[in-house]
Design a protein around this ligand. Structure first.
Ligand SMILES: Cc1cc2nc3c(=O)[nH]c(=O)nc-3n(C[C@H](O)[C@H](O)[C@H](O)COP(=O)(O)O)c2cc1C
Length: 324
């Protein structure tokens, strides 16, 4: 299944696994890459020890890495650690691209920028992005308000005029071959998939979280800031995160000011992490997208990828027709 994305990244099928912080380790990234896509290690907020361990868990597979950009700005040395592992690409999301763009490209890695608005797409183009990931609000984890269904074609139109060699990837709500085929029809050259690979055998996710997600419907998620206030992570506005409607999330959603009060915050932060480590879904938050309603099993990542490609090829009729 060749597209401009497969050519740009030197892969066989146009699927990237999302750099989910602490969830997408080296094993998941390697499994996706070995199946023909591109696996991204989830650099998240940035932890040198974790990154070193997970790059070695990828055991030399052709993988990339992604960072939460505003957090990388506080620990810029971590970019060198990642570049020393010769990543295929480095994805930046949620923050200023300019301080890192040239260094990434000079190291020979593809500069992949995840954006949530047209304004952010323009910023990515002006910083020389090789790949733009248009992320809709259906997505699990952090993001903004625009839906995938309008954001992707609008950015496709913009790129056709302003930066025709920039490759476009759709993200948010894509969990099966229907999503992959639809993304192509909207003008994307490929997809970036988070929640579906979160529900894979290789993802670093407690079994109880998986069990909660694969029985949940898409109605069971919400965009909120509760998860960041509870953890005392100072996310820049206006980003919110999509999580499962756990008891913890729903207890505090709408009462964010109260949650931020120091004594309450300290107590709830302790409750959050204790439950997170114990796999106690009720008393913590679980990142997941609306796509949970389309996910009914935890499967090996390679199998998930092959299913998506097979279904999309059937739907699109002739995969070669995708080549542009
Ligand atoms: C569990 C989880 C953790 C995530 N962590 C990150 C992250 O650390 N950095 C990032 O850029 N995006 C992160 N994302 C968002 C993904 O990059 C991607 O946009 C999203 O998963 C796509 O939507 P989907 O979940 O419907 O596939 C995360 C998503 C999930 C589900």
């Amino acid at each position: 299944m060749q597209t401009r994305l497969t050519k740009t990244l030197g892969i066989q099928c146009p699927i990237i696994s999302a750099p989910m912080g602490l969830v997408a380790g080296g094993k998941l990234a390697a499994a996706v890459s070995e199946a023909g896509g591109l696996g991204l290690i989830g650099g998240g907020y940035g932890d040198a020890e974790w990154l070193t361990r997970e790059f070695s868990a990828a055991a030399g597979a052709r993988v990339g890495c992604g960072f939460i950009t505003w957090s990388l700005a506080r620990k810029p040395h971590l970019l060198e650690l990642v570049l020393a592992n010769a990543p295929v690409g480095v994805m930046l999301s949620f923050g200023e691209i300019a301080p890192f763009a040239q260094r990434i490209k000079a190291a020979g890695a593809a500069l992949i920028c995840q954006v949530q608005t047209l304004a952010l797409a323009r910023e990515a183009v002006s910083n020389g992005a090789d790949v733009i990931v248009a992320q809709g609000a259906e997505a699990g984890g952090h993001g903004l308000e625009r839906s995938t269904f309008t954001l992707v074609p609008e950015i496709a139109d913009y790129l056709a005029g302003a930066a025709p060699s920039t490759v476009l990837v759709a993200a948010g709500g894509i969990a099966d071959g229907r999503g992959l085929a639809a993304a192509m029809m909207l003008g994307a050259d490929g997809v970036l998939v988070g929640s579906r690979f979160w529900a894979s055998a290789e993802a670093l996710v407690p079994p109880a979280f998986h069990a909660a997600a694969i029985t949940a419907e898409g109605d069971a998620t919400i965009r909120t800031t509760v998860v960041d206030i509870a953890r005392r992570f100072d996310w820049p506005q206006p980003f919110t995160a999509r999580v499962l409607k756990t008891r913890f999330a729903m207890e505090w959603h709408g009462r964010e000011k109260e949650l931020a009060e120091p004594a309450t915050n300290e107590r709830e932060e302790a409750r959050f992490w204790k439950a997170y480590r114990a796999g106690d879904v009720d008393n913590t938050c679980v990142f997941a997208g609306e796509a949970v309603g389309l996910i009914r099993d935890v499967a090996p990542a390679g199998e998930i990828l092959r299913r998506m490609v097979r279904e999309a090829e059937e739907l699109l009729g002739n995969a070669n027709g995708l080549e542009r």
